[in-house]
Ligand binder design. Structure first.
Ligand code: GDP
Ligand code: MG
Length: 163
């Protein structure tokens, strides 16, 4: 039995970088540029001996404007509906932002099964972000570096029960 994981969270936290690492091909664009429109992307993921389907919730790189926020919300809700479990990513260097709280609320309302990932936490960079992340009430944060491949063993342990 396999499962589907949706990577969700506000723009720029590293969702596509993690998606690319799990899928092993450059299927999702990684972009530093705000304002790029994208959609949901699905790929076959491999993490050590785990095989599963992964969804990257792309969409819009800026959610300051109300209509864009609505679109991001709808994309996230669609991804949650498709998934058995969600990985909610925040940026460990930035900490918990108001827009992270919005995503946490969406996940709570949907009663989604959620793993909380604190990305960009390579070295000591994510220490304070990881502490802040407890305030989201979504359980113990998993410290990750999608870019440098750190924390993949902890992610594996968290995903193993869904297989
Ligand atoms: P998305 O909008 O959530 O899909 O985020 P992206 O995957 O496009 O990444 C946004 C930016 O964060 C890019 O510049 C990435 O290179 C950078 N990034 C992603 N993961 C990491 C990480 O683990 N550490 C650091 N330092 N930067 C990262
Ligand atoms: Mg992306």
């Amino acid at each position: 039995m396999s499962f589907t994981l949706a990577i969700v969270g506000r723009p720029n936290v590293g969702k596509s970088t993690l998606f690319n690492r799990l899928v092993g091909r450059k299927l999702a664009l990684v972009d530093d540029q705000p304002g790029v429109t994208r959609d949901l992307r699905e790929g076959d993921a491999k993490l050590f001996d785990l095989r599963f389907t992964v969804i990257d919730t792309a969409g819009l790189e800026e959610i300051t404007d109300d209509s864009l926020q609505g679109r991001m919300r709808r994309l996230t809700e669609r991804a949650v509906d498709m998934a058995d479990v969600c990985l909610f990513l925040i940026d460990g260097r930035v900490g918990v932002t108001p827009s992270d709280e919005v995503f946490a609320e969406i996940l709570r309302k949907k009663s989604a099964r959620v793993l909380l990932g604190v990305n960009k936490a390579e070295g000591k960079a994510g220490d304070s972000g990881a502490l802040e992340a407890y305030s989201l009430g979504l359980g113990e944060p998993i410290r990750l570096s999608a870019e440098h491949g750190e924390g993949m063993d902890d992610l594996y342990d968290a995903l193993r029960p869904f297989e």
